[in-house]
Ligand binder design. Structure first.
Ligand code: TIU
Length: 221
């Protein structure tokens, strides 16, 4: 069996095909000026540092034709999938569905709701729009994982303590073995990222494992 050197102990990799690269919400809305992230008062450039690392991971998974799953935080144009509580949060700021410089914020099909061009998905890769922070809530993700026989998730993307951590917790409760790639995830708040990495692998891996991209790629070679 192959292991990834990880925290809190080596992560056992199953057979190829049974683990997937999961890329959470690397969308223009969060990474470019004028999107939802910036509308919440965040400095978006802090998220861009992980792009080259993600490209390295993508290259390996594409070369080997291993499963790749993207998510997008995304709502229907009529906002029927957006709870009023989510819509109203953040007094005085631009809201979901408002017109921004990249189209309506967090709305399916708008320019800001696309994956950033550096990571454009290719044919055969899964793209899962999700109305919540976690990728399992109100999405076909679990059906896809079961149909494909995927049990292990190598998780990346933004933001670490919001959609990434929510997704890992949802996955963990459903029995999936998750590893978060430390230098392929980012937060607008570096201290929140560090705290999230620590809390995932604490208590014997209460949510899962963490490892660097090099540790992941070394094990996959
Ligand atoms: N605001 C923030 O940190 N994150 C989100 O709103 N969504 C995701 O994390 N994708």
């Amino acid at each position: 069996m192959v292991f990834i050197l990880a925290q809190p102990y080596p992560y056992p990799l199953p057979k190829p095909g049974q683990f997937a690269l999961v890329i959470i919400d690397m969308q223009r809305d969060f990474l470019e000026q004028g999107g939802f992230g910036e509308s919440l008062g965040n400095e978006v450039n802090t998220l861009r540092e992980i792009v080259p690392t993600l490209q390295r991971l993508l290259e390996k998974f594409r070369q080997e034709q291993w499963p790749i799953i993207y998510t997008l935080e995304s709502h229907a144009p009529d906002l029927s999938d957006c709870p009023p509580s989510k819509l109203m949060r953040g007094e005085g700021l631009l809201k979901i569905g408002d017109e921004g410089p990249m189209g309506r914020i967090l709305i399916k099909g708008e320019p800001g709701n696309a994956i950033i061009p550096e990571l454009t998905p290719e044919r055969g890769e899964f793209i899962i729009p999700k109305p919540g922070k976690g990728a399992f809530y109100n999405t076909p993700l679990e059906d896809i994982l079961q149909t494909q026989g995927i049990t292990h998730l190598i998780v990346t993307g933004v933001t670490t303590e919001v959609c990434v951590q929510s997704t890992m917790r949802e996955a963990n409760d459903r029995g999936y073995e998750c590893l978060l790639v430390e230098d392929a995830t980012a937060s607008y708040f570096p201290e929140f990222k560090q705290a999230t990495l620590a809390m995932i692998s604490a208590q014997g891996g209460i949510v899962g494992w963490t490892a660097t991209a090099n540790q992941v790629l070394n094990a996959l070679d």
